[in-house]
Write a protein that binds this ligand. Sequence first.
Ligand code: XMP
Length: 517
Amino acid sequence: RLLILDFGSQYTQLIARRIREVGVYCEIRAWDMSEQEIRDFNPKGIILAGSPESVTEQNSPRAPEVVYELGLPVLGICYGMQTMAAQMGGQVEGSEHREFGYAQITVNSENPLLHDIKDHVDHDGNALLDVWMSHGDKVISVPEGFEIFASTDSCPVAGMVHREKQFFGVQFHPEVTHTKQGKRIFEHFVLEICGCDPLWTPANIVDDAIARVKKQVGDDQVLLGLSGGVDSSVVAALLHRAIGDQLTCVFVDNGLLRKNEGDQVMDMFAKNMGVKVIRSDSEELFLSRLKGVEDPEQKRKIIGNTFIEVFDEEAAKLSNVKWLAQGTIYPDVIESAAAKTGKAHVIKSHHNVGGLPDDMALELVEPLRELFKDEVRAIGLELGLPHEMVFRHPFPGPGLGVRILGEVKKEYANILREADAIFIEELRNFGWYDKTSQAFAVFVPVKSVGVVGDGRRYAWVIAIRAVETVDFMTARWAHLPYELLEKVSSRIINEIEDVSRVTYDISSKPPATIEWE
Ligand code: XMP
C-alpha cells in the first residue's frame, strides 16, 4: 500500500482515486504524521501532494524527515516536489504570477517514471507531454544528485529525479484528467517503481471487508438505517453477506419518497435478498408534524428530528443490538478529519443518523469508511445489486420535503411523485440519465392557467431540474435536448390533471443551489 501525505490541496483526493484505479490501496494522511505512525503504516512508497501554501514561507509545512530516510520511492507532486527540493538543498522561488492550465512539457531523458510515455515528438526528436499546471512557486535549482527530466520555458524544473534514491518530483498534476498520460504515470510509479501488486479489485475489497466485519462484530447483532440510497444499500448487501441474520435494517418511509420507492426497497432487500428489514410506515406522522410549516430550514429540522425519533423507537424494540452500521465513505472521513484540524479548504456537512438513546450505547461499524464513491458502486455491483440502484442519482435526506416549496401536503407529494417519475423515465429513454448527476421535479405551489382539450385548466406548476456536477459543490444546469424537454412537458401536463405548466430550471450553482429549498 501507498501513503499520500496531504498538505491541504483540493487535488489530494484525486491522487488517491487515481492510485486506487490502478488497483493499489492507499490512504491520505496529514503531513504532520509522526515518524512512528509512518513506520507503522509500512508503505511501499510515499506521495507528497500539493498545497495552497508556499515553500518560501517560514512556517509552511514540510514532509517529515523520515520520508526521505526509509529507502522508499517518493513522488512529490507540485508543492510536494517543491518541499522535497527545499528540504534536500535545492532552491524554490516564490512568484506572484500563477501558471494555471494546459502546458506542453519537454521530456528529455529516459527515466523510470515517464519511460515510454509521450503525447508528441518535436522537430528535434524530443518527447512532449500535455499536462495540467497549477502553481505559482517553482523549483529553480535541484538538489545534489537530482537531474531534471522535464521542463518548459516558464518552468525550468517540471520534473526531477534522483535515480539512486528513487525520488521523483513533478511540477504538473498527473492526477487531473487534463494530463492525458496521468494514469500511466501513476502505473509506472505505483506498480513498477514501488513494486505494488494491483490487488485492490472489487472482489478483493468485498472479501476483505467481509472478513473485517466478521472479526469486528463477532456474534453480535447489528442495526442499520436503510434509506435505499447507494451507500446504505451497499452496506446492507455487504453486511448481509458477512453476517446474515445478525443484521436488522430499519427503513423509515416518511411519505416523502419517490414513486414506488418504499416497495422497491422492500422487494429488493427483504424479498429478493432475504435481509431482515423493518419498514416503518410513518407518512402520517411526518405530514402531521409538517402541517402549516413553510420555512425550509424548519422543515428540514422537523423531518430530521422525526426520522431520529422513529428510528430510535424501532431500534428500541430490538434486543441485544450492539452495533450501529453506517454508510460513511472515505470523502466524509477525509473532510471531517480536515474540518476538525482546521486544515480543510472545503467543508461539507454530513447527514448521517445520529441521536440514538444513550442507554443503547451502540458502537459503530462503517465498512465503507475507506472507499471512494466509485469503489462503493463497484462493490455494489460485485455484491449483485442492480446497475440501476448502484448508479442512482443522490436523493436528499428530507426527500420531497425540500422539493415541495412551502407547506408540504400529501396531495402535492402525490402530484410531484408522478411528475418526477415521468421526467426520470424520459431521461432514461433519451439516454440522458447517466449523463446528468442529479435530476428531479419540483412542486411549485402556484396556479397557472392553461387550455387542455376544449377546457380551461387552472392548476399547479411543475419545475424540472437537471444538473451536471462532479462534487455537488458547484453544478451546471444540464443542456437537455429540446425534444426531451418537450416530451416531458407534454406528458406531465397530459397525464397529470393537476398540472397546467412545466418549466425548466436554467440556474447553475452558484448562485442557485441544486435543490430549490
Ligand atoms: P444543494 O441544494 O445544497 O445540494 O446545492 C447539494 C447536494 O446535497 C443534497 N442535499 C441534501 N442531502 N440532506 C441530504 O442528505 C439534506 O438536507 C440535503 N440538502 C441538499 C442535494 O440533493 C444535492 O445532491
